[in-house]
Design a protein around this ligand. Structure first.
Ligand SMILES: O=C(O)C1=C[C@@H](OP(=O)(O)O)[C@@H](O)[C@H](O)C1
Ligand SMILES: C=C(OP(=O)(O)O)C(=O)O
Length: 459
């Protein structure tokens, strides 16, 4: 990483030398990798994860499962098949793989969740199945992120939990070797991950689970669909509201899970800054292996960035976004795809008309308060952004250089890089925070801007 000599923690975001024209191979999906790890750990036979994301959030998940007794071996993968259960059975699956060997889940153990929502929410139900106490701790921000819904639901389903911080981390789950399960009500309006967490472990509960969401609207529905799809792909029986069931009710039947061979799709939300680069520079970026069908919320970028002035084409080469040289503002409800908000806000700040981003009040409790952080940082560069009750109003203004603070939020850092393409002198504080979900963002960014300098890279 190139660092600013005056301030080692600052990364000078490169100004685009012209219209970008690049193919960017994006590492695997965080959300798919961490679900794949949990499901494989709970299966009754070994399984494979091919092309897993290896970033802070997924390494924390793997390490936590190892601590509980699960075997996770790194191997070079040479398989070219994608058997049933694979995210994309047609892809070649070279590169790294993890072999996951389920085993009895044991405490005492200590789990470091870092600031990974998936780890802090998906693992407490797993810990309730262990045969001893499991202590959960993490970054200071993890203490502030909502967890009470998961804690209360697990107690209602039979778990014993000592939450010194009352409804948040740190806490200890006293696993009893099994969990009764059954019907439970939960308010998951602050995070869809509460629902996903209960569903993922439910095949191993004695009675399975019936989760009924009560409260304001659920965010991030595609992520719940991802949970359901992945459960079904390992043999679980799941009833959903979509399949003619009751609204806001999910049921999982108890039963053994199969060990499968899963190829992890590229992380479409992490494709966002690269696609945004095509839009912002009037260039062209191709993301190989973009799935034809997916539950990832990042797939919505095709429509959103088309509305904002690009055009998208999905071919055998992948998804190609071509910028027109014009960027339009957008009025959009992002409640289903909240994690795309920082990147959309960055593009909107460079548009030719105002934008309104709605439906994302829950982003105040993400890695940082994303609405406050985006407002402050874009305004410090000369922008005109105001926070609303559930989103942002962005009125584009000529921006100038300056320090863009990132608040240990990977998506703030990648959003800043997008601004830096068009605005000279943007310096990104702690760009290394991108390793939460992207192993080497500055190198990928540099390769996009100068493909001739790219080393042969395989993820
Ligand atoms: O289940 C998942 O993998 C995720 C669900 C969403 O969480 P929220 O529903 O808390 O927004 C999303 O923002 C997060 O990045 C990943
Ligand atoms: C909200 C996010 O992450 P987490 O899984 O920590 O909730 C995100 O990646 O944008």
């Amino acid at each position: 990483m190139t660092e600013s000599p005056a301030h080692p923690a600052l990364w000078p975001a490169p100004l685009a030398p012209g219209a970008v024209d690049a193919t960017v191979t994006v590492p695997g999906s965080k959300s798919v990798t961490n679900r794949g790890l949990v499901l494989a750990a709970l299966s009754s036979e070994p399984g494979w994860l091919r092309r897993p994301l290896r970033s802070r959030d997924t390494l924390l998940m793997a390490e936590a499962l190892r601590t509980l007794g699960v075997g996770i071996e790194e191997t070079a993968s040479s398989s070219s098949s994608g058997p049933a259960g694979s995210a994309d059975a047609g892809q070649q699956a070279g590169g790294e793989a993890w072999r996951i060997i389920p085993a009895g889940l044991h405490g005492p153990a200590t789990v470091d969740v870092g600031n990974a929502g998936t780890v802090m929410r998906f693992l407490p139900p797993v810990a309730a199945l262990a045969d001893g106490p499991v202590r959960f701790d993490g970054d200071p921000r993890s203490y502030e992120r909502p967890l009470g819904g998961v804690i209360d639901a697990l107690r209602a389903l039979g778990a014993r939990i000592d939450d010194d911080n009352r409804g948040a981390l740190p806490m200890t789950v006293f696993g009893g070797g099994a969990l009764e399960g059954g019907a439970v009500e939960i308010d998951a309006s602050s995070s869809s991950q509460f629902v996903s967490a209960l569903l993922l472990s439910a095949p191993r509960f004695n009675q399975g689970v019936e989760v009924r969401h009560v409260g304001a609207a659920l965010p991030s529905m595609p992520h719940i669909r991802m949970t359901v799809d992945m459960l079904r792909s390992v043999g679980a029986q799941v009833d959903t509201p979509e399949a003619g069931g009751e609204p806001n009710v999910w049921r999982v039947t108890p039963g053994a899970l199969l060990g499968r061979d899963l190829i992890v799709e590229p992380d479409l939300s992490n494709a966002q800054p690269f696609l945004a680069a095509a839009l912002v520079t009037g260039g062209r970026v191709t993301i190989p292996d973009w799935p034809a069908h997916t539950t990832q919320p990042g797939d919505a970028l095709r429509e959103i960035f088309t509305t904002m002035g690009g055009s998208c084409e999905l071919t055998e080469q992948g998804l190609t976004l071509t910028g027109s040289g014009r960027i339009h503002g957008i009025d959009v409800d992002l409640s289903e795809v909240g994690e795309l908000t920082p990147g959309i806000a960055a593009v909107a700040a460079l548009a030719d008309s105002p934008s309104t981003l709605r439906g994302v009040a829950h982003l105040r409790l993400h890695e940082t308060d994303r609405l406050a952080a985006l407002t402050k940082e874009l305004n410090e560069l000369g922008g005109d952004v105001t926070e609303t009750a559930d989103g942002l109003h962005i009125r584009p203004r000529p921006l100038h250089g300056g320090i863009f603070h990132t608040y240990e939020d990977h998506r703030l850092a990648t959003a800043a890089a997008v601004i830096g393409l068009a605005v000279e002198g943007v310096e990104v504080e702690n760009v290394a925070t991108t390793t939460k979900t992207l192993p080497d963002f500055p190198a990928l960014w540099a390769e996009m801007l100068d493909p001739s300098a790219a080393p042969a890279r395989r993820v």
